[in-house]
Write a protein that binds this ligand. Structure first.
Ligand code: ZN
Ligand code: ZN
Length: 320
């Protein structure tokens, strides 16, 4: 098994001081996300301007939580585990993992939640209708495009609902595995569980991980440790800066790197114990606008908000 660690990290890991991975808790991951989305979209809250969208996504997250009560997928075999360790590859690699056919029921479950939610924009309803009528082959092709983040091949309006289905599938798997089964990757910026880019990072405040920073996977919600004041895109440490919007929540900042001109948001649980990477990232679009105006690129998108390649994030939200 490969281990590429900074000198200081080696000692820390040897002592078991820093949990390298935090795997998702299937009993509450999506319920917590739903709760946070509703909180952030409430009147007077930071996401008020896109409150309708946050509430719609909360309904979807609740459907994800409900689906996980009964849904399960076959876990990696001993051969697949061994291969991942031998090659230092993500264990359940999003790009090539064979999806069990049963996953195709999940988009319909997400869309049923959309149909039942109040005040859903017609465009979202129509996108769900189209998603429900896709032939299995088309559905698989859309899923492949989403997992590979091929924005040009993705149907933007339906993407959040399909992504929610895929998240449910990958969390069903990741939550049944153990940190010891997951190999260390050569690429610190990718999820060691599924190979997906992180949506944001979070400095944890619980006893187990007090003060440690983790990257949060946009797909399987696994969190992996990355030392603080390090670019999550290029791992540079020389030109890192932190940005926030005056008067906005202190728990959300943008961490920028002047070597690769990229940024990702970083959340501080000690400032707000309820921060949730997907929800807080989605609800802080104003910070994205600020960073874009300052000339920085987002490291990777939010899984619940897709846009045509030429569109700007804020525009796409205001038009829904
Ligand atoms: Zn992952
Ligand atoms: Zn960088």
């Amino acid at each position: 098994m490969r281990r590429i660690l900074e000198p200081g990290q080696i000692e820390a890991f040897a002592e078991g001081a820093i949990p390298r991975l935090r795997l998702p808790d299937r009993t509450r991951l999506f319920a917590s996300r739903a709760q946070r989305l509703r909180q952030l979209g409430a009147p007077g809250a930071p996401g008020q301007a896109i409150g309708d969208y946050l509430r719609l996504m909360a309904a979807v997250a609740e459907a994800q939580q409900l689906a996980l009560r009964t849904f399960d997928a076959p876990l990696p075999t001993a051969t697949q585990l061994a291969r991942s360790h031998t090659h230092g590859m993500p264990l359940i690699h999003a790009g090539g993992w064979p999806r069990e056919r049963a996953w195709r029921d999940l988009p319909a479950q997400m869309c049923a939640a959309v149909a039942a939610a109040p005040d859903v924009p017609p465009s979202a309803r129509e996108a769900c209708e189209r998603l429900r009528t896709l032939a299995p082959q088309q559905l698989e092709a859309q899923a492949d495009a989403l997992l590979a983040a091929r924005a040009d091949a993705v149907e933007v309006a339906a993407a959040p609902f399909l992504m929610a289905a895929l998240q449910t599938y990958w969390v069903a798997l990741a939550s049944r595995l153990t940190p010891e089964q997951v190999a260390q990757l050569d690429v610190p910026g990718l999820c060691p569980m599924c190979g997906t880019l992180p949506v944001a990072s979070i400095v944890r405040a619980d006893e187990r991980s007090q003060g440690y920073r983790y990257l949060h996977c946009a797909l399987c919600a696994t969190e992996w440790h990355l030392v603080r004041i390090t670019c999550s895109q290029c791992q540079g440490t020389a030109n890192i800066a932190y940005h926030s919007i005056e008067g906005a929540a202190e728990a959300v900042r943008a961490e920028s790197c002047d070597e690769c001109h990229t940024y990702r948001k970083i959340l501080y649980q000690e400032k707000d114990p309820n921060v949730e990477p997907v929800a807080d990232d989605l609800a802080s679009l104003a910070l994205d606008l600020l960073m874009s105006e300052a000339g920085y690129h987002r490291g990777s998108g939010n899984p619940l908000l897709w846009q045509a390649p030429e569109e700007r994030r804020a525009d796409s939200v205001s038009s829904t």
